[in-house]
Design a protein around this ligand. Structure first.
Ligand code: NAD
Length: 476
């Protein structure tokens, strides 16, 4: 059990996502403070937690009220002696066009969805900072990343939660307190059902936009939150991360985090703010349908190994399999895997690796496949595979090595290599670009490219006949 001996406080936990988070954390061994403004609902969930063999305290408090929140944290300390995890989950949204909303509506939405997060963080950190330990997970929303129609003030508040979380994570790192956001898409809860009751076509439309044709379940979100509350989300990570932005097959892995629309795979996002972090991931699985995102983002000074990355994307716009985003030293080895973009939209593109400088990335036993290599109807992509593209103006030398891999571009540049990059490609094969529309290699301002044993294969090359054949060869 990953949270044995920990004490977690979950706000708005009387039902929906908060209830699922409370039960999932109790299942992992945590004692739970169940907060809600509705006392009966809080008591009921506290009873469910106890039925799992954990201790629980139901606390009725309005999280928009600073005095009540302070009192709630005090009650937690009196009962359990400490507070390890805070999950800011309480929230509310409705559906109304911006011009039909009033200042009172905005105040209510911003108070609960944004200000309450600040209030609860401040109260909890007063206990966490002196101990030099703690974890905070703030529940934002996809609305806070991309904006959602008929949810103007809500989107603004949830966007504020994301940037507040990033700021707090920077400030709290010195106390070894990590702070993360999870940004769900549409989740099937009482709240969504209530909105659906008055706007049936709205919820129906949201479900239709999801290839899996169903909304996320509260448990899908709880998995991600539990992960971020455990030590696995800290410096040494050994876990299977499964991130679905529209839910898809294979989402049942026992130690997986299911993340409904994401910007970056959420489990690694906090690494982007940390220095000297070692990552050791056995398997990263990402399936993305509707939103652009990076599968893995590494920030300052991260080093590590990923046993396998499996990325499937049907999204339009960019997805980077690995984005080493900051201008600092990285050292990352990926042992195996694939990135497959199943696009039919001509404007799509998927970048393999993007390194903004200073990163040394070694990739082995990998297949990149885009467009018509996967689907005869696919139109291909722009910039199918970009390996180690330095950002504009970035001049820090970067080393990228690709070994025993197959590159199956749908179109566009097979390699686009920017400035000051040393790139070694060994024992690898490049399958024909069947669209023939774009250059094979766009070297940009590359310095010292080394192409060793790189082969432009004919269409008849067995490794190029199918995605499966390419995978089999890389695993040989
Ligand atoms: N349901 C979705 O589709 C969805 C999508 C993205 C993000 N979210 C976010 O997830 C969180 C939970 O959503 P949900 O769908 O489970 O909501 P829900 O309405 O089902 O549950 C929210 C709980 O919070 C409690 N609450 C409301 N105001 C409170 C207050 N002032 N103090 C304490 N408790 C309060 C409610 O009584 C309720 O039990 C919210 O922050 C929401 O914005 C939900």
């Amino acid at each position: 059990m990953k949270l044995e001996g920990r004490v977690a406080l979950v706000t708005g936990a009387g039902r929906g996502i908060g209830r699922a988070i409370s039960l999932a954390m109790a299942w992992e061994g945590a004692d739970i403070v169940v907060n809600d403004i509705n006392g009966q609902a809080a008591e009921s969930v506290a009873g469910e937690v106890r039925a799992l063999g954990r201790q629980s305290l139901a606390v009725v408090a309005d999280v928009t009220n600073g005095a009540q929140v302070k009192e709630m944290v005090q009650q937690t300390i009196v009962k359990f002696g400490k507070l390890d995890v805070l999950v800011n989950n309480a929230g509310y949204f409705g559906a109304a066009w911006f011009m039909d909303t009033s200042e009172e509506d905005w105040d209510r939405l911003i108070d609960l969805n944004l200000k309450a997060v600040l209030i609860c963080c401040k109260a909890a950190l007063g206990e966490m900072i002196p101990r030099g330990a703690g974890r905070i997970v703030n529940i934002s929303s996809d609305a806070g990343r991309v904006g959602t129609g008929a949810q103007g003030a809500y989107s603004a508040a949830k966007g504020g939660v994301i940037t507040f979380t990033k700021t707090l994570a920077r400030e709290m790192a010195r106390y070894r307190i990590n702070v993360n956001t999870v940004a769900p898409g549409v989740v099937d809860t009482d709240l969504t059902q209530a909105i659906g009751a008055s706007n049936p076509r709205l919820v129906e439309g949201m479900a239709k936009g999801i290839p899996w044709r169903r909304l996320a379940r509260p448990e899908d979100i709880a998995g991600a939150v539990v992960f971020l509350a455990t030590d696995d989300a800290d410096s040494e990570v050994r876990v299977v991360v499964t991130a679905f932005n529209d839910l898809g097959p294979g989402s049942a892995a026992s130690r997986s985090a299911h993340v409904y629309p994401v910007g970056n795979v959420v489990a690694l996002a906090n690494l982007a703010w940390r220095c000297n972090t070692t990552v050791n991931l056995d398997l990263v699985k990402v399936a993305l349908w509707t939103r652009p995102a990076d599968a893995v983002t590494f920030g300052n000074g991260c080093t590590g190994r990923i046993g396998r990355i499996e990325v499937d994307t049907w999204t339009y716009d960019a997805l980077k399999t690995v984005n080493a985003s900051a201008n600092a030293a990285h050292d990352l080895v990926v042992e195996s895997g694939y990135a497959a973009c199943h696009d039919r939209l001509p404007a799509n593109h998927q970048d393999g690796w993007q390194s903004m400088g200073g990163a040394r990335i070694t990739v082995r036993n990998f297949v990149w496949a885009c467009g018509d290599m996967l689907d005869p109807f696919a139109e291909g992509v722009a910039q199918a595979v970009v390996i180690a593209r330095a950002g504009a103006g970035v001049t820090i030398p970067t080393d990228t090595v690709v070994e025993h891999s197959v590159l199956m571009p749908g179109a566009a540049h097979t390699f686009a290599i920017g400035e000051s990059i040393r790139s070694g490609i060994r024992d690898s094969v490049v399958c024909p670009d069947r669209t023939g529309s774009t250059p094979f290699v766009d070297l940009g301002g590359a310095v010292d490219p080394i192409y060793e044993a790189i082969e432009e294969a004919p269409e008849s090359d067995p490794r190029c006949t199918s995605f499966e054949a390419a995978l089999a060869w890389t695993q040989s």
